[in-house]
Design a protein around this ligand. Structure first.
Ligand SMILES: [Zn+2]
Length: 138
């Protein structure tokens, strides 16, 4: 697939490092460009990266194919608080496996159709669609 994007307007400080198409799914590997992250407790920026492991986050489909972002989930050390914290990303709610815009999209689709239909189109289980809907309906 010929697919070139260097910057994603909706994903600040991130660039697409790799794009793979595999068994009908699209995987975009993101590289984060910021070297520091703000501690959620004291707000101080830390550049002491402790560990990083990739997580798969479902995003809006590209060309009708299920799309996943491979994003490094990074842990930094805050000297003031003397503890590790996980970097918060503005486009993924804490602990979620989907981007915010994907969850918003699912929420809208459920309102327009039914959970069953969205589940079938998106290839998600009923429970997952319902989970997204309930997460958005706050
Ligand atoms: Zn702190």
């Amino acid at each position: 697939m010929d697919f070139h994007i260097d910057t994603l307007p909706n994903f600040p400080h991130a660039t697409v490092e790799q794009c793979i198409q595999e068994t009908g799914d699209v995987f975009l590997t993101l590289r984060l460009l910021n070297d520091t992250a703000a501690c959620p407790d004291c707000g101080q920026a830390s550049g002491e990266l402790h560990q990083s492991r990739p997580v798969l986050i479902r995003d809006l489909s590209i060309f009708g194919q299920a799309t996943y972002l491979k994003i490094p989930r990074r842990q930094f050390y805050c000297r003031s608080c003397q503890r590790y914290f996980t970097e918060l990303l503005p486009y993924v709610d804490k602990g979620r496996q989907y981007t915010r815009r994907y969850e918003e999209y699912i929420y809208q689709q459920v309102q327009l159709t039914t959970i069953e239909q969205v589940s079938r189109i998106e290839g998600l289980t009923y429970d997952r669609v319902e989970g997204i809907f309930n997460h958005q309906y706050k």
